[in-house]
Design a protein around this ligand. Structure first.
Ligand SMILES: Nc1ncnc2c1ncn2[C@@H]1O[C@H](COP(=O)(O)OP(=O)(O)OP(=O)(O)O)[C@@H](O)[C@H]1O
Ligand code: SF4
Ligand SMILES: [Mg+2]
Length: 355
């Protein structure tokens, strides 16, 4: 993806400070039922099965992983579109999974979502003004009725669209412009956190960089913290301060972008990185390709021990028996180098894959 790597400004230094959002032991199991009249639970799709991470105010945490690994389910739990089966989501120290009523509504205002597909996520029968202003129906305190048109026009301007387009319909816009409308709607309530679920995956490569640059600009302008979900490691690198790699409902590895891209220690991250397009032909020559064999197992019946073991070239008996914790591997704990970051592998070792 050369266009993107060339056009997008590189990542900023990671902000430090208090976490604005903390996720602990997050689990979502969807029941599998049988029978029509008398539904009987026969199992569960373990879409998310024990995820921990923290988001610092002002930072961007990228979450990557193959289709079906549970990224969208994590996103939906963060914005309360799905209720966790277990675990905590702490916003400024408070577990929001236990809130209801007014308290929940107040917190939800601060955590907004931008969806993947700008073609289906905008109601085709509503004008752009009504789409962007819809959150004000639920939170009239943010914009009284008489002030909404002006506020929506301001938002259109902020996301780089002509404020005069306020009465147009979604079909009159291109994909990139529609995603700008989705971003404007996400901003309407002036949230602190935006969870963006594959916000550029449905767009042409040439448009992806523009939308990512817009998100970058808005982050500075509005002091936003982002959870940025993608299946493509190359997109995430340029916007993220830190990156978490998911596999089959759990995090395999998490660290700063330098730690993950230059010093990966989990075999799954190494395999994903080895498949990232490399624009420079010489670097491409030098780069190792790690081809994973086999399919991702079903989340209804994940492998025992390490979930990655059925596709891992390093798997041993221990991997079948013992679940690897997401922690800094013991052999790196005394070192202070970039390899010392959490990796859920019994045999974590650094392997330089790219460039
Ligand atoms: N409402 C649901 N009921 C049952 N299973 C579900 C439900 N939502 C998601 N799943 C399953 O949970 C798993 C994780 O799905 P999820 O959508 O979170 O993955 P994802 O990482 O976002 O994938 P993609 O990259 O394709 O968007 C998948 O196996 C999916 O089929
Ligand atoms: S724990 Fe074992 S199976 Fe899992 S990634 Fe590490 S070596 Fe591979
Ligand atoms: Mg998804």
């Amino acid at each position: 993806m050369p266009e993107l790597t060339e056009e997008v400004a590189d990542a900023r230094p990671a902000p430090s400070g208090e976490p604005i959002l903390e996720v602990r032991g997050l689990v979502k199991h969807f029941p599998l039922t049988q029978g029509v009249l008398f539904k009987k639970q026969v199992g569960a799709v373990k879409a998310v099965d024990g995820v921990d991470f923290a988001l610092t105010a002002g930072e961007t945490l990228g979450i990557v992983g193959e289709s079906g690994c549970g990224k969208s389910t994590v996103a939906k739990m963060l914005v309360n579109l799905e209720r966790p089966t277990a675990g905590e989501i702490r916003y400024k120290g408070e577990d929001i999974t236990r809130l209801s009523g007014r308290a929940l509504k107040a917190v939800r205002r601060n955590i907004q979502m931008v969806f993947q597909d700008p073609y289906t996520s905008l109601n085709p029968r509503m004008t752009v003004g009504d789409i962007i202003g819809e959150p004000y129906e639920i939170h009239p305190e943010v914009a009284p009725k008489g002030d909404r048109r002006r506020k929506v026009q301001e938002l259109l301007d902020v996301v780089g669209l002509n404020p005069e387009y306020i009465n147009r319909y979604p079909h009159q816009f291109s994909g990139g412009q529609r995603q700008r409308i989705g971003i404007a709607r996400g901003l309407a309530l002036r949230p602190e956190i935006i969870v963006a679920d594959e916000p550029v995956s449905a767009l042409d490569v040439s448009v992806q960089a523009q939308v990512i640059n817009l998100l970058d600009k808005l982050q500075n302008e509005f002091d936003l913290s982002y959870v940025f979900i993608a299946h493509d490691l190359s997109i995430v690198r340029h916007i993220s301060d830190r990156v978490g790699v998911m596999y089959l409902g759990r995090l395999a590895e998490i660290g700063t972008d330098e730690q993950i891209y230059e010093h990966p220690t989990h075999p799954y991250t190494q395999a994903l990185l080895s498949a990232v397009p490399v624009p420079d032909p010489e670097a491409r020559e030098r780069r190792e390709r790690i081809i994973l064999t086999g399919d991702v197992p079903s989340p209804a019946n994940p492998p025992s021990g390490c979930r990655f073991r059925t596709r891992c070239w390093k798997a041993q008996e221990r991997c079948e028996l013992e679940v690897p914790e997401l922690a800094v591997p013991a052999e790196f704990r005394t070192a202070d180098g970039p390899e010392a970051h959490p990796s859920a592998c019994h045999f974590a070792e650094e392997r330089h894959v790219v460039g």
